[in-house]
Design a protein around this ligand. Sequence first.
Ligand code: FE
Length: 200
Amino acid sequence: MSEHDHSAPLPDVELRVRALEAVLKEKGLVDEATLDTVIDHYENKVGPHIGAQVVARAWTDPDFKARLLADGSATIAEIGHAGLEGTHMAVKENTAQVHNLVVCTLCSCYPWSTLGLPPTWYKSAPYRARAVRDPRGLLEDFGVKLDDDVEVRVWDSTAEQRYLVLPARPDGTDGMSVDELSELVTRDAMIGTGIVAPPA
Ligand code: FE
């Protein structure tokens, strides 16, 4: 992955954010405490551990999994993790025949409510372009080597439609609890740039 151009944020982004924050506060549109709550929410409360719980539950509960694949938003909300209003979440299952990969070719739309803040590379131009042009090559750079007969499906996220990958449950996990299984599930596996490894 080191050959990726992990484009760094613009040098003036922080200044712009501070300027916007100052204006919003001055106009009384937001207050400090509300901002802190929102930032804390996305930095500390929402993260890949939520998606991992969803995945582990789907691995152990066939009814939940069926509902999850049929209606991601409603089923994730069932276990107390509603997304942003107006944002639909679709869950795409990896199988022996199909590997799913999530991207936002236009900008950086990402399933925040289940994965938290996106990794820098997700927003980079090379990732966004290559996910469409050469998804297999991209996956190989991430260490995911697929058999030739596995179809790669690329899902392009939008402001209204987000995607979460349901990775395959690894071997050697029979009898593990939902919490134990969720420890195995990585953020990248839920974006599709990784697979879930069997327990060590
Ligand atoms: Fe986007």
